[in-house]
Write a protein that binds this ligand. Sequence first.
Ligand code: XMP
Length: 507
Amino acid sequence: NVLILDFGSQYTQLIARRVRELNIYCEIHPFNKVPQDLLSYKAVILSGSPFSVRAEDAPHPDLSNIKGKKPLLAVCYGAQYLAHFNGGSVQPSKIREYGRAKLNIIKDAEPLFVNIKEGTQVWMSHSDTIAELPKKGVRLASTVDVANAAYRIDGEETYAIQFHPEVYHTTDGKQLLENFLVHMAKVEQSWTPAAFVDTTVAELKEKIGDDKVVLGLSGGVDSTVASILLHKAIGKNLYCIFVNNGLLRKDEFDSVLDQYKDMGLNVKGVDASARFLEALKDVSDPEAKRKAIGNAFIEVFDDEATSITGVTYLAQGTIYPDVIESVSATGGPSATIKSHHNVGGLPDFMKLKIVEPLRMLFKDEVRRVGAEMGIDKELLGRHPFPGPGLAIRILGDITAEKVRILQEVDAIFINGLRKWDLYDKVWQAGAILLPVNSVGVMGDERTYEKVVALRAVESTDGMTADWVNLPYEFLQETSNHIINRVKGVNRVVYDISSKPPATIEWE
Ligand code: XMP
C-alpha cells in the first residue's frame, strides 16, 4: 500500500494511475490530512503543486513521521519542499523550465535509475529551481538547465526528482516508479481485480454487518459493479431501486431490469415516467431540465427508500475521478468540504450513512473488476449515457411524442452500430431531435417534419472528443431506415463537430 500526499498538482491523479498500472494499491490523501496510522503504508510519494515553497500560504505539512522513516519519493514541489526545509535553497528559475529535457544521470545513481538510459527524456513543469541541495543531499541527475534534477538524502531512503515521472512524456517514468516502489521499497505487486474483489467484499461485510443498504441502479457500469460487490457481501440486505424516468433508450427499462434480476439482485423497478414528463412540461432550458430531473429523481427515490424499513446505508457507484473532481470543486486540498448544515431539509435517504465501494477505482479498473465478477461483457462495454437521458437530446421542450420518436431513431442507430460491428469502436453514440421542421417529399406528398442528428464520438474520458469517421454505407443504410420507419422524421444529418469547441451532448 502506497500513500500519495497531494499538494494540489494537476498530475496527482496520474501518479496514482501509474502506480496502479504496476498492480500496486495506492491512495491519494491531501497534504493537510496525513493519515494518522502510517503503519500500513510501505512507501510515500509527494506530488507536485501549483504553489512555490517560498510562498507563505504554500503547503508546509509536518513530515517528521515520514521522512527518514519510510521510503519516500518527492516529485517536483515535493523535491523543492524537502530541499527548502532541510538546509537547501529554492530560488525562482532564471529561465522557464517547462516541457521536455534530456536527463544526464550521474554515475552510480542506482538503484533509482536502474534500467534507465543516460539522456532519457523527462518532462519538467516548474518555475522555481533547487539552487542548493539539502543537508546530506547527493545529486543523482541533471539536465542542461536544471543542475539538481534528482537527488537522494544520505542515510535515508529519501529520493527527490524535479521532473514528473507520471506523465507520458517522461519516457522512463514508469520504470523509475517501479525501481522505487518494487525494487527499493519492496512493495508487493498484488493489486489485481481478484484481490480487490476479495478485500472489498470482506471490508463491506465487516463494515455493514446485518444492516440494510439501499442503492440506486442506473443501468450503467458503475452502479452495476457496485451492486454486485455489495450483493456478494450482504446478499438480500441490499435493496436496489431502478427508476424509469421515461427518458431511457427504447425498451431499456424492461431489458435491464430483467438482466438485474438474472444476476440475482433484489431490485425494484419503479416506472415514474409520467412524473418526470410532468416535471419537464414546458421546460426547454438545458440546465432547468437537469434540475427538474434531479429533483424528481430525489422525490421518487426518497419515496421508495423510505418504504424499506430499517435501512442504514445508501450505496453509490462513485468512482475515483468523481471524488477528485468534487474535492477540487470545493477549492483543492486546503478547502474543507461543505458540512451538512442543512440536514433537516434533506430528503430522508440523504441522512443515511454512505457506502461507496468503487471510490478508489478508475473507470477501466471498474470494468476489470466487473469482468472478474462475471458481469456480462455487453453490459460492461456499454456507451456512457447521461443521467438526464434523452431529455438533453430533445432540444427545446419535451413531449411524450418527441420521446417516442427519438427512442425509435436512437434504437435504429445503435442497433445498426452493433450490426456493423462498429459499436465497440465508438466511445459514445446517440441521436438528437432538433426543434426544427424541414420540407420533404414522400410519394407525391409534401411533408414538413422533424430533423434528427446522429452523433458518434471517440474519446478516452469525455473531456475531449472527436467525431467518428463512420462508413458512408453505414450512414446511408441508417438514414434510409430512420426516414422509412420513423413516422415524423424526414431528414437525417451527421454531427461533425469535435469537443472542444463543441460538446458531446447538444444541451
Ligand atoms: P459534454 O456534453 O459535456 O458531455 O461534452 C461529456 C460527457 O458527460 C455526459 N453528460 C452528462 N452526464 N449528467 C450526466 O450524468 C449530465 O447532465 C450530463 N451532461 C453530459 C455526456 O453524455 C458525455 O458522456
